[in-house]
Write a protein that binds this ligand. Structure first.
Ligand code: GRF
Length: 193
């Protein structure tokens, strides 16, 4: 199956997905990596000679135009599944029209707890003893789509945001690989349409 990855940051989750696809038995291949900025994570794709694209909001007159351009950039690679792995923009109707149902996001908390861009900081701030990772289908809301998979991660004494986030990311990597494989082999009730 053809996967397009969307990212905005270091791309450690994208790197993990790329490593998983090195196994010929893994049922998906990453065909392109797209970012909303010149993200360091794009390097993981460039190093493998994979196509990359950058779709910057500021290059467009408004958000709707950016959303349409992003949908076109994704469509150019004919994905079966789109994976948002640390993509820090909320996609709009043009992207959702074409990909809702086969666009997944990974979030570093046990949704519906701690949605939004500061999930790890918020879990720490709330004194949570357990948080975790969620893979969900993306809908028009912020981190609100149907949950596909979740896994708990303990919060340990002395954790700061970075240490806790790294512990969550280790779980996210595994959960994302497993969930992508399940989705593309159709072994889950929420398989892509
Ligand atoms: C991940 O924890 C993801 O859930 C969150 O941002 C982080 C991305 O990390 N939205 P990386 O860019 O893959 O290292």
């Amino acid at each position: 199956a053809r996967v397009v990855v969307l990212l905005s940051g270091t791309g450690s989750l994208c790197a993990a997905l790329l490593e998983a696809t090195d196994d010929p038995g893994y049922p998906a291949d990453v065909v392109a990596v797209v970012s909303d900025r010149d993200a360091p994570g794009l390097e993981h794709a460039r190093r493998r000679g994979l196509p990359t694209a950058t779709c910057r909001l500021r290059d467009f007159p408004d958000r709707a135009a950016w959303d349409r351009a992003l949908a076109d950039v994704i469509a150019a690679h004919h994905p079966d599944l789109v994976v948002s792995a640390g993509f820090m923009k909320i996609v709009g109707p043009a992207v959702l029209e074409r990909y809702e149902g086969r666009l997944v996001n990974t979030h570093p908390a046990l949704l519906p707890a701690f949605p939004g861009a500061h999930a790890v900081r918020d879990a720490l701030g709330a004194g949570a003893e357990v948080t975790g990772s969620t893979v969900h289908l993306v809908d028009a809301g912020v981190d609100t789509g149907p949950v596909l998979a979740q896994r708990e991660v303990p919060v340990l004494p002395g954790d700061d945001e970075d240490r806790l986030h790294e512990r969550i990311k280790a779980v996210e990597r595994t959960l994302l690989m497993e969930t992508v494989a399940r989705l593309v082999t159709g072994t889950t009730e929420e398989s892509p349409r």
